[in-house]
Design a protein around this ligand. Sequence first.
Ligand SMILES: Cc1ncc(COP(=O)(O)O)c(C=O)c1O
Length: 370
Amino acid sequence: MSQLDLFGLKAEHALLEPELQAAFSRVLASGSFILGAEVEGFEREVAAFLGVQHALGVSSGTDALVCALTALGCGPGHEVVLPAFSFFATPEAVCRVGAVPRFVDVELAGFGMDLAGVEAALGGATRAILPVHLYGCPARLDELAGIAMRAGLPIVEDAAQAFGASFAGRRAGAWGALGCFSFFPTKPLGGFGDGGMVVTSDSDLAARVKSLRAHGAAGKHQHVEVGGNYRLDALQAALLRVKLPLVDRRRDARAAHAAAYAEGLSDIAEIALPRIPSGGVSAHALFTVRVLDGQRDALAQALLARGIQTAVYYPRPLPEQPALASYGYKKGQFPQAELACEQVLSLPLYAGMAEADRLRVVDAIHEYFR
Ligand SMILES: Cc1ncc(COP(=O)(O)O)c(C=O)c1O
């Protein structure tokens, strides 16, 4: 029985090998390995793809968030409103700039922040709203934009998982004052190591991020603030330029698999299918169902026994992470996030997935519940 993994990266990259090798050779010959022409070229291409004025390559999605929040002046004494259910990097970035993460419970449909919860969380100390497009599914950006506008607050989008997603015709990442992406290898635009990007259409914010990613430099040997080393490598940029033109096509292929999964699993009462908000186009970074009746872990085991890899993103609500204990959040405060942590299960999904493999997953799930 062949093993079926979650992302199918090896097969995908094998298809692109000649172009990837050529990109590698180009960088090798250039002798320029950090920022430079490759990164600038990639930044221009990403800005055009997303419909934004500026794109700045950085060292990771986490550092993208740190740069974006710092550029907004977010720091000690400020709060940032964010979902209780995401990857740890989202609140970590808030803490790293010295601000306080103000968690909001999520909606189980789409896993975005509960909008009434967002409004209730806003206060005098709020400096930014930080929605996450979890699993590539865009948050309800139009309504969030309305809330942010009425409150006079900027949105920073954590679009780490959502390259290629959109809402109401505008790309995820292009809605907020700033958008942040990750090029972690398994992301919708995945690199060959760590990498990330901050995008914005505000020239002042772009200039600030550009300075922050290179030690707060305003010119050679002139440091106007304390930034960091958040630069993107030329090699990552060159390799990512090979994959960028394929983003939408690969997203559509994943969407087709996701639709077929949904159809194949629709008759199983214990499976709650993912829902995308009306007006949204998901990047389908992951196909994540909720397994009801406490059967998630047993189902995952049964699938693994059949050679099918699954994953739980994420098993613990963020406010319950030990590193955030000092904020004093209590179990029971975020019931939907807690439920999500008990129920979510991501199934194998990738553009080049064979139909037979998808059917094998669907059959194995039916067999478990039979
Ligand atoms: C929602 C979310 N935010 C932020 C990050 C951080 O990105 P990176 O791993 O590139 O630092 C990730 C990556 O897993 C993520 O999924």
